[in-house]
Design a protein around this ligand. Sequence first.
Ligand SMILES: C[S@@+](CC[C@H](N)C(=O)[O-])C[C@H]1O[C@@H](n2cnc3c(N)ncnc32)[C@H](O)[C@@H]1O
Length: 439
Amino acid sequence: MSHHTTQRHYDQHAGVEGAAQHWRESRTKDLRRFHNNVKRRMINRLSFNTEQHVDIACGRGGDIRKWCDAQIHHVVGVDLSPAQVVEAQERAQLIAEEYRSRGQEVATRCEFFHTPNLGVRPLAWPRQFDTASCMFSAHYLFHTRETARNFFRNVSLALKDGGRFYGIFTSAQAVLSLLNKKSEYRSELLRVRQQWEHDYASFGSPYTFAILHTVTNDNLMADELGEGTPEYLTFFGVFTKVAAEFGLYPDTAFDWECPATQRWDRQRDIFDRDPPYRKHEGFRYLRPRYDERRNPRDAADMATITRLYAAYVFVKDTRRLQSERAREEVVQIPHDAARLYQPGEAEEQAAARAVAAEQGQQEQQVEEQVDDDGDGGDQGGDQGAVEKKPKQEGHREEAVGPRKHPDQHPDQQLQAQEQQQGQEQAAQSRAKRRYDESQ
Ligand SMILES: C[S@@+](CC[C@H](N)C(=O)[O-])C[C@H]1O[C@@H](n2cnc3c(N)ncnc32)[C@H](O)[C@@H]1O
């Protein structure tokens, strides 16, 4: 299992027609509402009125309204899946239009990028951020020690000194006790299946995970559970240890009492009062509160799912790093850092490739893959290709973009342009429909 499997899974989940309506009626509606509420409260407590925030593994931008409501000035979201990033961008535009139609200006500027390199090598962050979040995603990065190390290095590189890193992930301890030494746990709403052989380890112990009517299931509209997405056992102790290598430490000063921010929301104590096993500072399990009278069929099942998740709040403190070299690693973005891709860039490249193929142009023009850093080399099909350009010394961005055809007939160029415009229009009307459905 690799991040290509994860990318394919999440690409397929972007832009599903009718999803919003379906979700409103789904059996896991209350679960999503509770989890959204936990995220909202964390964002309000930790990033309220913040200048610069980065959301790592931002998905389809499901948190955009939360960032706007928290009056964050500028948010950068990054994700592995190009399709999810395109959807996040479309969603941000629609939300901004909605504000304008009410005579308001949205105060939060959102930018989205996709990258296959979060767990692979340093990223060329456009700036340093005051706060960083990673919601429901850190467990994808514990594939190997190296992916986890690269992940934390990238988080730390993104943050200013003193900045907080927070999020929610699936706890390995909770998964293991749910499995209770069996290889599979199955209920009507959740399926978890061990995929590691023999004994589990600190890194690289995969399991598949599917919650009904959520992006983790194979088909989010299906009324039965599929195999789900691969995740990796993520232990509190391992998380803390690897984070510390990059100057990220549990924020022991954080007050976990996150008051309700909505009138309809009366839930108190959304987190456990103590750290897990009383020793893992910086973490708290989520505390489910589903109403059994309102939902006798699914409340207990949803509570079991919510108890698998733990929240964390860490802080970057480079003074605690032992060596100058370690400090440099999390302060200085290296010259050969991987660039971040704009939404739609991959699709534009794929469209340009398709046109070129139709015209019988030779694929030999394609000499370099977008991601040529030798991390296995097999980038997903929609990563596209680039013209080979001499590398510029000290320049962080690699030259990537839609392939140009200088000797292309103007009619062919027009045809390519029209195809591109047609796709953009189709994407816009798709996004509009989805948005209408979600209202
Ligand atoms: C369960 S979704 C969570 C999305 C969003 N944070 C939220 O709370 O709604 C997991 C996300 O993690 C992303 N992801 C998984 N592995 C990743 C990686 N190696 N780099 C960046 N994003 C990754 C997936 O593409 C997906 O969008």
